[in-house]
Each structure stands twice: as C-alpha cells, then as structure tokens.
Design a protein around this ligand. Structure first.
Ligand SMILES: O=C(O)CCC(=O)C(=O)O
Length: 243
C-alpha cells in the first residue's frame, strides 16, 4: 500500500505541474486578478489531531464570496439526498475563475503554514441544513496525502475520531480552512453529524445550521475518473429522477 501511495503522490505532482503551466499562461494573458490578501494575525486552532491544521477566518470576505458564487454556479440540479450531502468531483480545477482564486489562497497557505504544493482536483460538497457526512477517512489509494477544505456559507461541527478511541470536534465557520496531512489524513476519521442544530463543542450557544458548501482541493489518482463507478454516475446525471 505504501508503494501505491508514493506512486500516486509522484503522478499527481507531475500532472499538476503540467496543468498549472497552461493555467498560468492563460491567467497572464487574460489579466485575471485574485482578491487582495487579507492582513491580520493567523487564527490557528490547537487540536490533538496530529497533521491537522485548522485556520479560522482564513479567507477574506471577498475570497469567500467569489468561491461561494462559483460553487453555486456549478451546483448540479438534483434534489436533496436525505441525510447525506451532494458531492461533485472535478478531475481538474475547471475554469480560470476557480484557478485564480484557489491559486492565490494556496500561495498564501504556502507563506503562512508551509503548504507543500497546490493540489489539482476540486471537490464540491453541498449540504442542506439537516445533512451531514458519514465518518470516513479519504481513501488513501485514490486520494494523495494532502487534502485542503474551505468552508463556505454557514457553520457546522466537524467531528474527528481516532481508532484508539480519542475524539475531538471543531466548529467550521465560513472562511475556515482545514488542511489534513499525516495522522489526520490516515489515522483519524472525520464526520459532520446530520441535524439542523449542532451542539457547540465545549458548550455555549448551539449552532443553527443552514445550507453549507465546502470546496476541497486534493490530488486524485486519474484512474479513479476512468473507473466503472464514475463512468456510470456520469451517465446517470441526466436521469429523470435526478439520482
Ligand atoms: O464538507 C467538508 O468540510 C468535508 C468534506 C469531506 O470530508 C469530504 O468530501 O471527504
């Protein structure tokens, strides 16, 4: 498994360098600009989860609003799916508009927390107020180590659990950035409980949820997109019941 994971990391880096070269050329000729970087101190949440970085209020309001508008523009028209959220994965960052702002946020993360590179696959998660996400660890044979999540639109609680029984929970406010590496990525699960109200970890006013979006950057093995499962889902997108 270790060899497969290392090969996946190397392939993703190779593919990314090609994708970025063509995007960078297009950005330069289009004159597209990302929102200015915010100033102010880094608000880093301390946690017992090794390899996890949680940065509160990391996105500027302008970055937040640009990303939310892009995510809502790209939202597939499908009915809510009960207790679990709608998730869309794009093999590459789909447009220049997405690239410009995500590239800028990743450059800032490199400056602030030493982000090693910008991942090249975009996953959008859409939640209705009552929807959650089951406890899981992102599959290490499909997704490389580095996973970055940007929280948008409304707050929720994310729960972390270690196989050894340790647990931790954190509020993800709009504008929070979560980076998973190392143990956080491989030895802990993360989940968002369903329900329109989340108890605040440590007590205090409960969180009344509304629709939420998360933008995730990671490196997927391209074989995933060729897999039968994904091809079947693609064919199903236009099905009459929308599922
Ligand atoms: O919505 C989030 O913040 C987390 C999403 C996630 O964990 C996933 O897509 O695997």
């Amino acid at each position: 498994m270790e060899a497969a994971r290392l090969q996946l990391e190397a392939e993703c880096r190779f593919l990314n360098s090609h994708t970025y070269a063509s995007f960078d050329a297009a950005v330069a000729s289009s004159g597209a600009r990302a929102p200015p970087w915010p100033s102010g101190p880094l608000d880093r949440v301390s946690s017992p989860v090794k390899g996890l970085t949680v940065l509160r209020s990391y996105l500027s309001p302008e970055e937040h609003d640009v990303l939310l508008a892009l995510a809502l523009e790209d939202k597939p028209r499908r009915p809510p799916r009960g207790s679990t959220n709608l998730c869309v994965t794009c093999p590459q960052i789909p447009t220049l508009e997405w690239y410009v702002v995500l590239r800028s946020v990743c450059e800032r993360l490199r400056r602030d927390v030493g982000l090693p590179h910008m991942p090249g696959t975009l996953t959008l998660n859409y939640y209705e107020a009552h929807e959650g996400l089951r406890a899981h660890t992102d599959n290490p044979l499909v997704i490389a180590e580095l996973v970055i999540g940007l929280s948008l639109a409304s707050p929720c609680v994310m729960e972390w659990a270690h196989a050894g029984g340790e647990r931790w929970a954190v509020v993800l406010e709009p504008g929070t950035v979560v980076i998973q590496q190392g143990e956080a990525r491989y030895d802990w699960t993360h989940a968002i409980p369903p329900g329109e109200v989340h108890a605040r970890p440590g007590g205090g006013e409960p969180i009344v949820r509304s629709a939420r979006v998360s933008v995730q950057l990671s490196d997927f093995d391209r074989r995933f997109f060729e897999s039968e499962m994904v091809q079947r889902q693609r064919l199903d997108v236009g099905a009459p019941d929308g599922q």
